[in-house]
Design a protein around this ligand. Structure first.
Ligand SMILES: [Zn+2]
Length: 205
């Protein structure tokens, strides 16, 4: 009888050990797998790490439905200058309200795409008055005042290339590439009456 109880105890210990081992293996496995280079799959299966992951997954990117285009309404500038303005004058805690800024050569490199920290973190930005649109849109600001001037050729080429990539990555149709004034009607002229929609849309085809 004593032996049988001892056997049962051993059995019990073995089962507990197995359970503990399988739990440990399960919690350790994502990092083991990611070391093998299949981190994308691991991130998708691990909700704890998918939020902070730099890896793009369908689950975390499906919120991007629109791309909204702005102009800076200034002669020149860059992401750092606009970011400081948004933080200090508009009191936006994260600074720059846009995801991307495309320079025009005045206090910026002509045709250079600056990627904001906001985009690195995939945070929405308060670039429109419409809060719902802000949650589901990627924002691109072209440096310049397109009520008076036009975007440079380099800016248009850079914009089209960026739009193509974003459309491909997030499945955004061309009809959802819109101007700020399509969202906040009667509140803004942004991105300006000279913004070349026809050229941009025809280059995207
Ligand atoms: Zn705007």
């Amino acid at each position: 009888m004593i032996l049988k109880i001892f056997d049962f105890f051993l059995c019990f210990v073995a089962v507990i050990s197995l359970l503990v081992a399988s739990y440990l293996f399960a919690t350790d496995s994502p990092s083991l797998v990611s070391k093998d280079g299949s981190s994308l799959q691991v991130q998708q299966n691990n909700p704890k790490s998918s939020n902070s992951s730099p890896v793009t997954t369908t689950a975390t990117t499906s919120k991007w439905k629109y791309i909204v285009i702005h102009h800076s309404s200034t002669k020149g500038g860059n992401a750092r200058i606009f970011g400081r303005y948004h933080r200090e004058e508009m009191h936006v805690p994260d600074g720059l309200i846009y995801h991307f800024v495309i320079g025009n050569g005045v206090k910026s490199v002509n045709g250079e795409v600056e990627i904001s920290n906001r985009w690195q973190k995939k945070l929405p930005g308060p670039h429109c008055f419409d809060a719902k649109m802000n949650e589901q849109s990627i924002s691109i600001c072209l440096v310049g005042d397109f009520e008076k001037d036009k975007p440079t050729h380099a800016q248009i080429l850079a914009l089209v290339e960026l739009l193509r990539k974003l459309q491909k990555d997030y499945g955004i149709p061309s009809v959802n590439i819109i101007g700020h004034n399509d969202v906040d009607k009667d509140k803004t002229d942004c991105p300006g009456k000279n913004f070349p929609w026809q050229e941009v849309k025809s280059r995207l085809r």
